[in-house]
Design a protein around this ligand. Structure first.
Ligand code: CUA
Length: 184
């Protein structure tokens, strides 16, 4: 059987388009770091957040050299803490949960964006740059005042961050190695 060369070109183009399509769908799903909540991720009881180490007192905590964790609770209709104060030029992992219904947590103008589901802890890690301020909005319809559900993320210089948290939470035994003196 003789296949005309024009036909061969069109066959090749057709195959190429299919590969391009599969490739772009794959990139869209994997490339920008989109992920689902893992099935083995521990859940929380949304009605008992008061008893959870992280969410009883929503806050930002240092967990390593230049590494921080921000524990955030979303509720109808706001976020706690607000503002969320995080240090500049550091790695911050947001752990966000809801105490009532499904919300969204979107740091406006960045790709930090997650759904917040009661019972699940949405985790996302960001690298902060210099001091600045971002708005946070809820992008899942959650009730009458959904449109007004917002907060602020303040990225502040390291020393300012330390002085803002220094000694504010001294509940006994919450920190290890406290009082060892210089931690440089
Ligand atoms: Cu919370 Cu919309």
């Amino acid at each position: 059987m003789h296949v005309h060369s024009y036909e061969k070109i069109w066959l090749a183009l057709g195959l190429g388009l299919i590969l391009l399509l599969i490739g772009s769908v794959t990139y869209g799903a994997v490339g920008p770091g989109v992920s689902m909540v893992a099935a083995d991720q521990p859940t929380v009881d949304p009605t008992a957040l008061d008893e959870d180490d992280r969410f009883a007192e929503p806050r930002v905590e240092q967990v390593g050299e230049n590494e921080y964790e921000a524990y955030v609770v979303a509720y109808q209709f706001g976020f706690e803490p607000d503002p969320i104060v995080i240090p500049a030029n550091s790695t911050v992992t947001f752990m966000v949960t809801s105490r009532d219904v499904t919300h969204g947590f979107e740091v406006v103008g960045t790709n930090a964006n997650t759904m917040v589901i009661p019972g699940e802890v949405s985790t996302l890690t960001v690298e902060t740059g210099g001091p600045t301020e971002y708005g946070v909005i809820c992008n899942e319809y959650c009730g009458a005042a959904h449109h007004g559900m917002e907060a602020t993320v303040e990225v502040v210089p390291q020393d300012e961050f330390e002085s803002s948290t220094g000694g504010s939470t001294d509940s006994g035994g919450s920190t290890d190695g406290d009082g060892s003196g210089g931690d440089q």
